[in-house]
Design a protein around this ligand. Structure first.
Ligand SMILES: Cc1cc2nc3c(=O)[nH]c(=O)nc-3n(C[C@H](O)[C@H](O)[C@H](O)COP(=O)(O)OP(=O)(O)OC[C@H]3O[C@@H](n4cnc5c(N)ncnc54)[C@H](O)[C@@H]3O)c2cc1C
Length: 425
């Protein structure tokens, strides 16, 4: 391929661009927004105010695509926590034992993660240019239509695009492959429809969960703390240490946004451990809401797509953010593209792993015996956390069986669970 144009300079777009440099002579990334000079949330990424945890599938994929990038993240202040070995978790079934598994998570702010990845990748992004449509027909996409002032295009694309005068005249950029990575508000189905491509099916499953997030200053050497609802969707809370001696605290369910309401909500969770922790910390900035948490899957792979088009990232699948999957799906997809070339089928396979976990989860009750076994059995805990972390399951059926029939330890009390961690002593 001569030229690939990637639309959207979020994580999925940047990682897809990294992958596609192995398959194309020139990769151009167009981003409507402007990146801040230092890692801060930005307008084009409203979710960047909220906690963004990278699970193991994503950690491994990132390091495979960009060797050394995870060390860069940790050097920049991100925290690595084993799941559930370094996590204090009160699940629907009770308090987890500190069982070590192969599942880790990395916690840092989303702006830091994006900046470290972009810097490490050395991908040049053309900022301030908005994609507004595709060119071509139902058989082949030949490029993208863009909106940006002449001065902006001259300033931002002059260095990378040989045919700048044409772009200014026509508002079009030709490409052998256009990659839609414009995120959850992607207009790609409408753009394709304008070319005569049949409608892309969209499945939407509401999560019923809102987010309210606030930053605090507090010591970084604490576990990741998670207080899950008894039944989903309902009240829960998380606290993750991030860079700069800060904690990112999120209430899920239907949390209030005023100071007193937020604190009362944290205290009224099934256990007040997060409220107790933030009572000793200093709040930084306002409480931020997020209501856009629905599960949504666009089945691009089910229609005959024109040649020269690929959709990745949140444009294809978004799941309830409590699963912490979107960035890992983006990274795992990029590895598939790097190794196999662009394929909507490969994108769909990665997306479906996350989708199935998010929408197939039982919403009520559950088997109490299994719950207690999960708490007390390393084998079962590992199964659960490996699934959540998008890495292969343990499949130690013998351990699972033993745990279910004869190996049920008593669940921990709150005091026992909290005292597993040095911070509490
Ligand atoms: C509240 C919340 C919490 C989350 N927490 C986690 C978590 O803990 N872990 C996790 O893995 N994932 C999490 N996610 C999901 C994660 O944010 C996304 O999966 C991730 O951002 C990857 O998306 P993307 O790159 O496809 O889209 P985005 O990150 O949304 O990026 C899209 C980019 O495209 C640009 N753009 C949009 N339109 C155009 C256009 N027309 N032309 C040019 N550029 C355009 C935007 O400005 C943006 O930069 C969370 C999501 C939410 C909402």
């Amino acid at each position: 391929m001569n030229r690939v144009v990637v639309l959207g300079g979020g994580l999925a777009g940047v990682l897809a661009a990294v992958a596609l440099t192995r398959h194309a002579d020139e990769v151009v990334v167009l981003e409507t927004d402007h990146y801040p000079a230092s890692p801060r949330p930005r307008r084009g990424l409203p979710q960047s105010h909220h906690n963004h945890v990278l699970v193991t599938g994503g950690i491994r994929a990132l390091d495979r695509l960009l060797p050394g990038v995870v060390d860069d993240l940790l050097d920049a202040g991100a925290h690595r926590r084993n799941m559930p070995g370094d996590c204090l978790i009160f699940s629907g079934e009770g308090w987890f034992h500190r069982v070590r598994t192969e599942a880790d998570l990395i916690a840092c702010s989303r702006p830091l993660l994006d900046e470290v990845v972009r810097r490490h990748a050395g991908i040049e992004v053309t900022e301030g240019v908005r994609a507004i449509g595709l060119t071509g027909d139902a058989g082949k996409v030949t490029g993208v239509r863009v909106a940006a002032g002449e001065a902006r295009l001259r300033a931002t694309t002059g260095a990378t695009l040989g045919d700048l005068p044409d772009i200014i005249r026509t508002g079009m950029i030709g490409a052998d492959l256009v990659v839609d990575a414009t995120g959850r508000r992607s207009q790609a189905p409408a753009w394709l429809s304008a070319l005569g491509v049949p409608g892309i099916e969209e499945v939407r499953v509401p999560s019923g969960v809102s987010y309210a997030t606030r930053l605090y200053e507090g010591p970084g050497d604490i576990p990741a703390v998670m207080v899950h609802p008894k039944y989903t969707p309902a009240r829960g809370g998380t606290l993750f240490p991030i860079e700069g001696g800060r904690w990112i605290v999120t209430m899920t369910g239907d949390p209030p946004l005023d100071e007193a309401g937020f604190l009362a909500y944290a205290r009224d969770l099934r256990d007040p451990v997060i409220a107790d922790l933030i009572a000793k910390a200093r709040p930084v900035g306002p409480i931020r809401p997020c209501h856009d948490t629905a599960n949504r899957r666009r089945r691009f792979e089910d229609v005959e797509l024109p040649e020269g088009f690929l959709a990745v990232g949140d444009s294809v699948v978004t799941v309830n953010p409590v699963y912490s999957h979107g960035m890992s799906v983006a990274a795992m997809t990029a590895v598939r593209i790097a190794e196999e070339g662009p394929s909507q089928r490969a994108v769909a396979e990665v997306a479906d792993r996350s989708w199935r976990m998010a929408v197939a989860e039982p919403r009520k009750g559950g088997n109490a015996k299994v719950g207690r076994a999960v708490l007390s059995s390393p084998g079962l805990a590992a199964e659960v956390f490996h699934g959540q972390a998008l890495i292969p399951a343990v499949r130690d059926h013998h351990a699972v069986f033993r745990a279910m029939v004869e190996d049920l330890a008593e669940p921990l009390t709150a005091e026992q669970a909290i005292s597993q961690f040095a911070w509490a002593r």
